[in-house]
Design a protein around this ligand. Structure first.
Ligand SMILES: [Zn+2]
Length: 339
């Protein structure tokens, strides 16, 4: 188990035991925030809204890219048994090949989520020609070589595949898990990123972590998927862009907030803030995320992250301020048209 996973466990244990002081300390440590100044009187309501990324949703972008011939092979993870069967039936109808693995227990964000019933998830790989079975066989290897083979079979750019293999072997991956380490390697310290490469969404055009914000083959991959979307639904492209361009305050792979707003300099000015909700987060996790950060964002209209301070502001003044721990955990991600 990686060290971050151990911290998640300590948080959930404290919260189960009703030890609010320890739960608060652990949760702040996970978010990389020193306990901050948050005005009293916030209500702990969970705002309704839709999530950027859900793990239990079939990625339709990949199906469209497959059906338009812009991808040859795609893999769908963490599906329910019904979704997996539906997808395999669909593949048969279209004359595509498919292969399935599972059941397995959910891998994503395992410690921040309610324990799922043992073995209720499936992966399905689908290919127009051959490749579906080979992708899953390569992954069964559970080795850097298997990861490399699977990535290349899925049509991901070789530079991005190599970078991911490298990150998966890094001390950061051992410390924080491979998803978290991979994302941090991609976003850096929070420089502006092309929205076409935004990986934090169910409608992400790329289902892999690009090796960097300027990766030309990754941008070309994203453009091919966009072309497929455009051929299917002109308005779909506009809606996908509007979704992927939203600024994000990222803390941890299972926790980030997206904004209905704009970037001004390095700050974000927003009308609304929405916690990412994968639909499966542990109630204690959700409650602390809202109680510490979400409630401040509901009151504020601006957020800044600089000089070791995360601050939420409103026209009436500062709503909340936290000094950051080292190394810095939060990232304020800005997505732009360039690229
Ligand atoms: Zn690349």
């Amino acid at each position: 188990m990686d060290a971050l996973a151990g911290r998640y466990d300590a948080f959930l244990e404290a919260s189960r035991a009703g030890d609010r002081a320890r739960a608060s300390a652990e949760f702040h440590a996970i978010l990389g925030l020193r306990p901050g100044v948050v005005p009293a009187g916030f209500s702990q309501v969970t705002p309704a809204g839709q999530s950027l990324q859900r793990y239990d949703t079939l990625r339709k972008v990949d199906l469209v890219a497959l059906s338009r011939g812009q991808r040859a092979v795609a893999k769908f993870e963490d599906l329910s048994r019904a979704q997996a069967s539906h997808l395999q039936r669909l593949a048969r109808t279209l004359g595509w090949q498919s292969a399935r693995r599972g059941p397995y227990a959910r891998r994503y964000d395992r410690v921040a989520s309610e324990p799922s019933q043992a073995g209720d998830r499936y992966s399905v790989a689908v290919s127009r020609g051959s490749g579906a079975r080979e992708v899953l066989e390569a992954e069964d290897d559970r080795s850097p070589e298997g990861t490399r083979r699977a990535g290349l079979l899925l049509g991901y750019p070789p530079c991005c595949v190599e970078r991911f293999v490298e990150v998966s072997q890094s001390p950061e991956a051992r410390e924080e898990g491979v998803n978290e380490a991979g994302l941090r390697a991609f976003v850096g310290e929070g420089e502006a990123l092309p929205w076409r490469l935004n990986p934090l969404c169910t409608v992400s055009l790329v289902g892999f972590l690009p090796c960097g914000p300027g990766c030309a083959p990754a941008l070309a991959f994203a453009q091919r998927v966009l072309d497929a979307l455009a051929a299917e639904d002109r308005d779909g492209v506009r809606r996908v862009r509007a979704t992927l361009v939203r600024p994000v305050l990222f803390f941890r792979y299972p926790l980030w907030f997206s904004f209905d707003g704009v970037v001004q300099g390095t700050d974000v000015v927003y009308r609304g803030a929405l916690r990412n909700d994968d639909g499966e987060a542990h109630p204690a996790w959700t409650s602390w995320a809202e109680g510490i950060v979400g409630c401040a964002l509901q009151v504020g209209e601006g957020v800044s992250l600089r000089d070791g301070v995360l601050a939420v502001t409103s026209p009436l003044g500062e709503v909340a301020r936290w000094r950051l721990t080292e190394p810095t955990v939060p990232r304020l991600l800005r997505f732009e048209d360039a690229g």
